[in-house]
Design a protein around this ligand. Structure first.
Ligand SMILES: [Zn+2]
Length: 221
């Protein structure tokens, strides 16, 4: 157990370092429902990442995020914990999706290289055909990536709503949106974010749909 913990900690610190982030300290945070969560605080200039679940199952948190209002801070932590809750039924199709996307990408790129060489050497006409198929496959790969990300982020938000309830969740999302206004993100990044993070109200709608009974029983009390 102890060695596992040490390994996790070492890998997390390595993860931070490899991303150019400076590890500060580990800190316990209290969450709604008497839960606590441990996070690895980091610092990096011009890094506006709020937090992240590492591949090693630990949570890293930007020092700037700890200055948020409790509500927004809780949301970030619950969202990252939500990524961790992803169950096997969702994970498996996700992994297959990622792998097949990567596989397609490798095939496409190596095909392009091979046909280019063929074209140079033998003037093989297959190159225009290959380019056409690439033009068709790139949007499909990009689309698959967006759908995948959208589902993952939506799932994490869903878990956060479950833990903190819709009202506080909406407040937290609004607070973070307000804060993001001051950041100078490039235009493409903002569009990518919009494409990969589900709208807060939609996720709440899904939550309400699946939790009709619990919502009614708590509001009747
Ligand atoms: Zn996320």
């Amino acid at each position: 157990m102890n060695t596992k913990l040490n390994l996790q900690e070492r890998l997390t610190k390595w993860w931070l370092k490899s991303n150019g982030r400076k590890f500060i300290e580990t800190k316990q945070f209290n969450l709604p429902g008497n839960k606590t969560v441990k996070a690895y605080l980091f610092e990096k200039l011009n890094d506006d990442t709020l937090g992240q679940l590492t591949p090693f199952g630990t949570i890293i948190l930007n020092k700037k995020t700890t200055e948020f209002q409790t509500n927004a801070l809780n949301y970030v932590l619950l969202h990252e914990l939500g990524h961790k809750k992803l169950n096997i039924l969702i994970s498996i199709p996700m992994i297959i999706g990622v792998l097949s996307t990567l596989f397609t990408l490798v095939i496409t790129i190596s095909g392009l290289i091979a046909f280019s060489i063929g074209f140079i050497i033998t003037r093989n006409r297959a190159l225009p055909l290959m380019i056409t198929s690439t033009i068709i496959s790139v949007p499909i790969i990009a689309g698959a990536y967006i759908v995948l990300q959208y589902t993952l982020e939506g799932y994490a938000d869903y878990q956060a709503i479950k833990a903190m309830k819709p009202k506080k969740f909406l407040k937290a999302r609004a607070q973070i949106k307000e804060r993001n206004k001051n950041n100078k993100y490039p235009k493409w990044y903002i569009y990518l974010m919009k494409a990969t993070y589900p709208n807060a109200k939609w996720t709440i709608k899904i939550y309400e749909h699946f939790n009709k009974k619990t919502i009614n029983s708590t509001t009747n009390k």
